[in-house]
Ligand binder design. Structure first.
Ligand code: 6PG
Length: 284
């Protein structure tokens, strides 16, 4: 797991967009197509806009398949729809064939029916035992949720289904979400975290001792567990700015193969448990 700390969301989005474009093209050159899982929420919008602008020409959109990690159970035209956000920030600006765009269906009688339909879509695309997305983007809620897997939800422990319908405490309540076995199967997993209000959730998400039922994003560590290389060096305590004008933007990258690496960096007074290595931001 590599964590990059940036000073601004713009820098974070720049990092992620470049890394997503690199990874997508490397996968297409190797296997002819790339499956890219998109996150909902507001944080990734800047990344999508940069993929559509700065990286549009070097990405082979005709060989990229787009999926969603979760969706609010509202019509796709609804301003709260994750599909709509991605369409406005990315899809409307890139030549991705409609047959390659796989939104979570919401025009069905129930969230559970939508989940079952979407699982069929994923199983048709991924013959393996788990949907091995080539590149996946996720976010983090300030309560520690990711996708639409919220604290205390049975969704945290779902081990067989790839997609389920859930009733959450958030607005809108009804949602469709991929489950942890599906989310943690990704070859490259980027978790985008921005804003001081998420500092506590992030610390718990990175802490190997965290209980996923309280901080579901902590379960993403199982994706990152496949890091190769030496023992994790002393971590750096996350500096949280208390004035919202400047806040820390953090990307958690889980590079698996071929370029997992561990680097050492300056650290503050480390807690006694090993925590993921943090790579301080380098001035661009
Ligand atoms: C959703 C997302 C959700 C999101 C977090 C962070 O549908 O809302 O999938 O998991 O990533 O809530 O949201 P922000 O990026 O808006 O802070």
């Amino acid at each position: 797991m590599i964590i990059r700390v940036r000073d601004t969301p713009r820098e974070m989005n720049g990092d992620v967009a470049a890394a997503v474009a690199d990874a997508a093209q490397a996968v297409i050159e190797r296997s002819g197509r790339c499956s890219l899982l998109l996150s909902g929420g507001g944080t990734p919008r800047g990344t999508y806009e940069l993929l559509a602008a700065r990286h549009r020409a070097r990405m082979d959109w005709t060989h990229i398949h787009l999926f969603w990690g979760d969706e609010r159970f509202v019509p796709h035209g609804d301003p709260r729809s994750n599909y709509r956000m991605a369409r406005e920030a990315l899809l409307d600006h890139v030549p991705c064939p409609p047959a390659n765009v796989h939104p979570i269906p919401t025009a069905l009688p129930s969230a559970d029916a939508a989940a079952r339909r979407y699982e069929d879509t994923l199983r048709a695309h991924f013959p393996e035992d788990r949907p091995a997305f080539d590149v996946a983007l996720l976010g983090l809620g300030d309560d520690g949720h990711t996708a639409s897997i919220f604290p205390g939800s049975p969704a945290v422990e779902e081990a067989d289904r790839w997609v389920i319908g859930v009733a959450t405490t958030a607005e809108p309540s009804l949602r469709v979400t991929l489950t942890m076995p599906a989310l943690t199967a990704a070859a490259h997993l980027f978790v985008l975290v921005s804003g001081a209000r998420k500092a506590s959730a992030l610390r718990h998400a990175l802490d190997p001792a965290s209980d996923p039922m309280r901080y579901p994003a902590a379960a993403l560590q199982s994706a990152a567990g496949r890091v190769v290389g030496g023992p994790i060096a002393r971590p750096l305590r996350i500096q949280v700015r208390d004035d919202n004008s400047r806040f820390t933007a953090i990307t958690m990258w889980s590079a698996v193969k071929p370029y997992s690496r561990i680097t050492t960096g300056p650290g503050a007074d480390a807690p006694k448990r090993s925590m993921p290595m943090i790579v301080p931001s380098r001035p661009t």
